[in-house]
Design a binder for this molecule. Structure first.
Ligand code: NAG
Ligand code: NAG
Ligand code: NAG
Ligand code: NAG
Ligand code: NAG
Ligand code: NAG
Ligand code: NAG
Length: 667
């Protein structure tokens, strides 16, 4: 990741920081008496005098759209009352003009509110920079335990906050970490859509593991991370008050009659309580104030042009997703062979071009999807709501007679296997790219497992299901198929196994038991494949036949892990590659409970200061006899194993003498 940041160390505790301001020198300066200045003064004073809004979020603008328009957003912490909020905003708007004189764009962070203005339209636009970071440098008692609890807490708060309404997106909560209790708070400006808010907070959470040099934030018992569009804070003491109920949206919005009931003002007793808490904190922190250094880091992240803002999922309806069969037939030129992109276990995939020029990928499900129309529509609706930059987006469906089509966004580059396993194209994937791909897949999978409202187990994660977009960002495809294609899956047991040989966890391959940890297993195989450039299911090491997992494990244990690394990776930090091998090995451990969750994997990938556990022997290998007799498979890596109890058993070669691997695994 490319970060440039300057870090100013202030010897201050949290409570004494009044305001930090960031002025954007690169946007431009306005001149005295210019119309922008008049508009800015006018918008700030109407912000100061606004008494109609009582839910803590203000978005105002003055002037015609164009270079002289002044747009302002102010956001108060969700738990403070309207008076304190207005006070904070008044103070900040005076301050920001002093600190950032003549700047066309600025962002100020105060104790309980943030304020930003710009000459460009900022409403509904996610802005991630700059980032203000305040660190409580007291270390947590047990760093691993703390990080795990923090991650759990933050993921939970993140989805709660993101699902808030357009008046408030805010969540607080606590989580026990050994002897400590972590108190957390996250908030977005409520003009963001749910996916935008989710993404913004996810980024702020990632800052915990990546700021600043040498992970200065990791293991610290408190921090406050503020981006223009969202912020989070956590401490080992309770720093927030009672959260008022989320304000309800008026039934029919009318601009000058806010029918929103005011949030209940904090009771007198509560106020006194708060005051006492603050005093206690101040007193008890005095002794450690010298240890508490607050650090303000200015992350100036070099960003790629922002993707088109995603629509909130409130707008998704079955009607908006349904396509006409004739439209799709025309788009794919009557499902012509030239447009066929591939054949998967659920049907063929075609490239299509809609009449407006938009390119799509169309999956034509094989005829026996076995689901009623209504059920199918409902499931499509659920899967379409899964939106993440590392997931291929489901854009619609089509139902006609027995025809069932799924319409996906078209991802221009081929799938990952076409690069990693291809001698010539492999060179295009340097280490930085591969590491980004690993991180992207991990985040997509984490979203499926924990962050989306449905808990989705992919069940068929593999290199050919990872598509690469024009910038080589990974996008997971084929997720949610279990929802769209009927399978018997009561109690996480299934008679129809949809995995792919080489990627399946043993408990799934043998007993049909799937869980998030069977996906973690497949992810581990994928990491090892990406680092080594070798396929797990047709891995060849000179004369000896050994599968990739055993090979990686043996080398890692014997301290010769460098042998595992793809020779095409001539540059790049070896330590990072070795760390990836270790993470991959942790994922493929036999004991399901020992495999890390995707949340901890994401953390491991983003924080080098986190010590990794020592992996135990991988679950199975071709040498493991228990696996041999049970698994049956057509050897094609792209075909799926169906119904393991019925298919005939084909023995896998136990030694190089029995068969040549290449004959058994046609490409
Ligand atoms: C705006 O003014 C500041 C100082 O007054 C200066 O450093 C900066 O370069 C100016 N920016 C532009 C774009 O002129
Ligand atoms: C700005 O306008 C005021 C009144 O219109 C005038 O008195 C003042 O001199 C002007 N300042 C500048 C720098 O032009
Ligand atoms: C402020 O937000 C409301 C919705 O809450 C929106 O209708 C309005 O257009 C916004 N105002 C500006 C100036 O963007
Ligand atoms: C904001 O002001 C800068 C500097 O004057 C200008 O380059 C930019 O185009 C303006 N932005 C908008 C949206 O008008
Ligand atoms: C605002 O400023 C006044 C005076 O400077 C101060 O007494 C007050 O505490 C400030 N309020 C907030 C909310 O920062
Ligand atoms: C916190 O831990 C880091 C290493 O993880 C250490 O360098 C630092 O001195 C510790 N800080 C305190 C205040 O104990
Ligand atoms: C922690 O959160 C729960 C609600 O999730 C709340 O009932 C409990 O009082 C909180 N604990 C503390 C110590 O604040």
């Amino acid at each position: 990741m490319l970060f440039i940041f300057s870090c100013i160390l202030l010897h201050l505790a949290f409570l004494t920081i009044a305001q930090t301001d960031f002025c954007s020198n690169d946007v431009g300066n306005y001149t005295t008496n210019s119309s922008f200045q008049r508009n800015l003064n006018s918008v700030l004073s109407s912000l100061d005098s606004n008494t109609q809004i009582d839910y803590g979020f203000y978005n105002l603008s003055v002037g015609q759209p164009g270079p002289d328009q002044a747009n302002v957003i102010a956001l108060c912490r969700g738990d403070i009352g309207v008076d304190e909020c207005q006070n904070c905003i008044r103070n900040s708007s005076g301050k920001i003009l002093q600190v950032c004189p003549n700047q066309k764009e600025a962002f100020g962070v105060a104790d309980t509110c943030i304020l930003r203005y710009s000459n460009k339209s900022i409403f509904g636009v996610m802005e991630e920079k700059p980032v203000s970071i305040l660190v409580n440098v007291v270390n947590a008692t047990d760093v691993n335990q703390f990080n795990q609890a923090l991650q759990t807490l933050m993921s939970r708060l993140r989805s709660t906050a993101a699902s808030g309404n357009s008046l408030r997106k805010f969540a607080t909560g606590n989580e026990t970490a050994g002897f400590d209790t972590i108190y957390g708070l996250v908030q977005c400006t409520p003009d963001l859509s749910e996916p935008q808010c989710d993404e913004c907070i996810a980024g702020a959470i990632r800052v915990i593991a990546t700021c600043c040099d040498d992970g200065q934030l990791v293991g610290r018992q408190g921090a406050r991370i503020t981006r223009p569009s969202c912020n989070l804070r956590y401490e080992v003491y309770s720093f927030f008050g009672f959260t008022p109920a989320t304000p309800q949206l008026p039934a029919s919005p009318s601009p000058q009659a806010p029918s929103v009931p005011p949030p209940p003002p904090p009771a007198e007793g509560k106020k006194r309580n708060n005051a006492r808490t603050i005093i206690i904190i101040v007193v008890s922190t005095v002794s450690v104030v010298i240890l508490m250094i607050s650090c303000i880091c200015l992350y100036l992240r070099i960003r790629k042009p922002k993707e088109k803002a995603e629509t909130g999922d409130e707008t998704i309806t079955p009607e908006s997703l349904q396509f006409d069969f004739s439209t799709i037939r025309a788009a794919t030129d009557n499902f012509s062979e030239e447009n066929k992109l591939g054949q998967g276990g659920f049907g063929s995939v075609y490239k299509g071009t809609l009449s407006n020029g938009q390119e799509v990928a169309v999956k034509r499900l094989s005829k026996d999807s076995g689901q009623g129309d209504l059920e199918f529509k409902n499931e499509v609706l659920l899967v379409a709501k899964l939106q993440h930059r590392n997931l291929v987006r489901l854009q619609g469906f089509c139902l006609q007679g027995i025809e069932r089509l799924l319409i996906y966004e078209f991802v221009p580059n081929a799938s990952l296997d076409h690069f990693v396993f291809n001698q010539a194209r492999r060179a295009q994937l340097d280490w930085e790219r591969r590491y980004k791909i690993i991180g992207g897949i991990a985040r997509g999978l984490l979203y499926l497992h924990e962050d989306s409202r449905l808990r989705i187990i992919h069940r068929d994660l593999k290199a050919s299901n990872i598509l690469l977009d024009a910038d080589m960002n990974p996008k997971i495809s084929d997720f949610g198929m279990a929802k769209l294609f009927v399978m018997d899956e009561t109690q996480g047991n299934t008679s129809r196994i949809v995995g792919t040989y080489g990627y399946m966890a043993p408990e799934y391959a043998m007993h049909g038991q799937f869980s998030v940890k069977s996906d973690v297993f497949s992810f581990g195989v994928l990491i090892l494949e990406i680092v080594s450039g070798q396929k797990n299911n047709c891995f060849r090491n000179g004369e000896t036949v050994e599968d990739l997992l055993s090979y990686a494990w043996r080398n890692w244990r014997e301290g010769t892990g460098l042998n595992v690394i793809d020779p095409a990776l001539s540059t790049g930090p070896r330590t990072e590659m070795m760390r990836c091998i270790q993470i991959g090995l942790l994922c493929v451990q036999e004991n399901i409970a020992d495999r890390p969750t995707m949340a901890s994997i994401v953390l491991m990938l983003s924080s080098y200061s986190l010590t990794l556990p020592v992996p135990s022997q991988p679950a199975f290998s071709m040498n493991s006899s228990t696996y041999q007799s049970d698994i049956s498979s057509s050897m094609d890596s792209n075909s799926r194993v169906t119904n393991s109890s019925e298919a005939k058993t084909e023995a896998l070669p136990l030694s190089a003498n029995e068969a040549s691997i290449t004959e058994l695994y046609p490409r």
